[in-house]
Design a protein around this ligand. Structure first.
Ligand code: PGA
Length: 249
């Protein structure tokens, strides 16, 4: 069974509202006829405008983070219901930059996953090992823990809505892509673990690879059996290179 590929751009802290409009006007015609789902996680300030500009296109707009509360005294945070009201349809959760730089742990990320589902936002849960963990032979232990804790209390019904992104931390923004074989092996393990946690659902969950995905390595990564798409950082900032990755599907 062939799953439709999902290509997600993660802009991180790049692009003003005006730059977002220019980017989308260039991207939309380049990907209008593709055989893949195109997602773009833009900065909060660009969401309403991006939603408006992409109204009649196949591009889906989402966010890069949210809090697990619906409101309250949390200076600088944003709630899922606010994202939803601004037109976002999905949210990236547990990105390694959030885990490392902002000390987010598996329990906090799990609460966000649960909240996002309640708020009708599709969660993209990011997992992945660091270089140290890989060299110590702990990759599978780390992935299993991040899945088990990150998906705690998710129902059998809801788990199908979740997208899992495998991003080896050593491959993010470094130009060091995992080889297709290594990526496939991790994805196979993730699918098997999902089967243990949510028996029968593992084939219904989309698994994305992330970490230095570029136009020249996308096709090979995307052709791997358990890889259903890509989470793209740096290369999603340029409409031409992002479109080339999407067209590699
Ligand atoms: P990269 O980032 O493509 O620049 O490595 C991927 C990510 O952080 O999601």
């Amino acid at each position: 069974m062939e799953k439709e590929h999902i290509i997600v751009g993660n802009w991180k802290m790049y692009k003003t509202e005006q730059e977002t409009v220019e980017f989308l006007q260039t991207l939309a015609p380049l990907v209008a006829a593709v055989n893949a789902r195109v997602y773009l996680a833009v900065p909060f300030t660009s969401i309403p405008t991006a939603v408006k500009v992409t109204e009649k296109t196949n591009i889906v707009i989402g966010a890069q983070n949210m809090n697990d509360a619906t409101k309250g005294a949390f200076t600088g945070e944003i709630a899922g219901i606010m994202l939803k009201a601004s037109g976002a349809e999905f949210v990236i959760l547990g990105h390694s930059e959030r885990r490392e730089l902002f000390k987010e742990d598996d329990d906090f990320i799990n609460r966000k996953v649960i909240r996002a589902l309640k708020d009708d936002l599709q969660p993209i849960l990011c997992i992945g090992e660091t270089l140290d963990e890989r060299e110590l032979g702990k990759t599978e232990e780390v992935l299993a823990r991040q899945l088990q804790k990150g998906l705690k209390k998710v129902s059998m019904e809801d788990v199908e809505k979740i997208i899992i992104a495998y991003e080896p931390v050593w491959a993010i923004g470094t130009g060091k892509t995992a080889t297709p074989e290594l990526a496939q092996e991790a994805h196979r393990f993730i699918r098997q673990t999902l089967g243990t946690l949510f028996s029968g659902k593992e084939s219904k969950i989309s698994l994305l690879y992330g970490g230095s995905v570029k136009p020249d390595n996308a096709a090979l990564l995307l052709s791997q059996k358990d890889i259903n798409g890509a989470l793209v950082g740096g290369a999603s900032l340029d409409p031409k290179s992002f479109a080339d990755i999407i067209n590699a599907c």
